[in-house]
Design a protein around this ligand. Sequence first.
Ligand SMILES: Cc1ncc(C[n+]2csc(CCOP(=O)(O)OP(=O)(O)O)c2C)c(N)n1
Length: 657
Amino acid sequence: MHREMANAIRALAMDAVEKAKSGHPGMPMGMADVATVLFSQFLKFDAAAPDWPDRDRFVLSAGHGSMLLYALLHLTGYPGVSMEELSNFRQLGSKTAGHPEYGHAPGIETTTGPLGQGLANAVGMALAERLINARLGDALVDHFTYVIAGDGCLMEGISHEAMSLAGHLKLNKLIVLFDDNAISIDGATSLSVSDDQIARFKASGWNAVWIDGHDPAAIAFAIEGAQRADKPTLIACKTVIGYGAPTKQGKASTHGEPLGAEEIRGVREKLGWASAPFELPEGVLAAWRAAGSRGSVRRKDWEKVAGKLDKDQRAMLGDPIDARAIKAVATAIGEIKSEFVATPPKIATRVASQKVLEKLISVLPGLIGGSADLTGSNGTRTKHHTPVAAGKYAGNYIHYGVREHAMAAAMNGMALHGGVVPYGGTFLVFTDYCRPSIRLSALMGQRVIYVMTHDSIGLGEDGPTHQPVEHLASLRAVPNLNVFRPADPIETAECWELTITANQGPSILALTRQAVPLLRTETSQENRSAKGAYVLGEAEGGRRGVTILATGSEVGLAMDARALLAKDGICAAVVSMPCWELFAAQPVAYREAVLGSAPRIGVEAGVKFGWERWLGDAGVFVGMDSFGASAPAAKLYEHFGITPSKVAETAKHLVKR
Ligand SMILES: Cc1ncc(C[n+]2csc(CCOP(=O)(O)OP(=O)(O)O)c2C)c(N)n1
């Protein structure tokens, strides 16, 4: 029966790709044996309850082989993954998109396609599992995370960061099944790589073995061993890409093209598979459905134990942000705002952020912090944090090391796993090193909080390699990503609240290295940043002559320019814009009222790209149009002409025009 069950995957994959006239049959056909053993003998799941919190996670990191996953979901009986969906592979509106997309169908644990990301997501899932296990115990959280990764995933740089982190943290419930078929798109992998993957993983603290990926007994034996290991495990499964294709198996041509009618006829003959496309022999389907419900009793027993949990514990098994959490966060933010007003500090927004975190950590136990080796600079750790280490998973702070990319991808995995809200820090300029994962946070709508400090030339002496200039613009171009750049400690507190409550998606907090003045001194508890932009300083003593729009550290500078203009009888309003995305979502009437009809100036220590949207044709931008330079911050602002007097001068010209 194993052979028949595996052949069902092969047939569905080749027929769906053939019908769609595009897709990747080779990988599912090659890994069908491994997947069959995993799903029919080992994976803890109940297809009827895809969201069971203690299910094993299965990540198809080699996302191009999506038909492998879709076939498994259909065969095991996941709700809604019908044969019709399989026959609509890659068509608009189907659950069976070109690559697995989170949210399209139950059982798709993460979006994969950019190679290596799934592997790094899985590290985050395995880490979240250990974190919650340490809090709730084995009876409630004790599951494995399995990954299928290909040569491509392991060639990607992110694989190094991810496996190194997993090895260091001894995430022994992480099991990677490597599709070791030695083929990628260009041909044999020997064209481009000669790594000894077993030695490589072992060097990073993994258990690593090599097996014949078409031998069910060997596959089962290796998985059993991996389950008992005290380290994460790599099982290199030697497979033949396109297994079963009479003339094409083992060749790169099976990787990403339909096999063609003639070859498909040959596969049917070679494998002894008589069923028509999208039809399955009854016995084979029954065997698969039995595999899909294998975990049902275990799941029901688990529900009985979980039924006894209190609300706080229950929150660790799903989304920790419930109505109670939102209220607690609002209270904490209100408190810190009052404290800022009571003793007006002149501190950097990164320092304000740390003070906010001191409050939040106490009320949100699911908030798990971390930084890519810049803890002191990012202000991400507070006195309420204890580090996570191998075997010590009760902590709430992760030293990700100098691994920005894996940090971002692992945070996606943690958020997807549930039970935790991850935040992690580095310098804003190094969002470049996290970008592919930030994009996936946004695509999947995961609540991941990126604490990105040193957000402009204001960081000073480290110079242009460290000074972001184009980063705000490029991050604002990502759909479904809120980019916050708070102006002062009060806005920092408000923006932190919004990262948690404004939506379920990801946020960037762009924070200063340098101190900024407290601009908001009112005691109102209203979150004014929630509208994305608001009039901080209205024109006084007459009609608005000019509107100065600014973000972050340049808002204080805009207020100083406003004072200079007042001396010359020009009434300027200052609009603080901590989050463009939230502002863009406001009703037109609100936006028009804030922006006004007077000429506008935009001020931001970054490039102009994107500001046209707010400035209109007549508007003028004061900011950067080159990379920065190495010097103390104040000198740099002078040098690049981002000063109150420059803004005031510009305003005077505009008003005269
Ligand atoms: C980051 C990234 N770069 C490039 C690609 C395009 N791509 C898709 S599959 C693939 C080759 C993968 O080879 P392998 O993992 O060996 O898969 P197999 O040929 O065994 O199916 C490439 C380059 C991608 N999906 N993601």
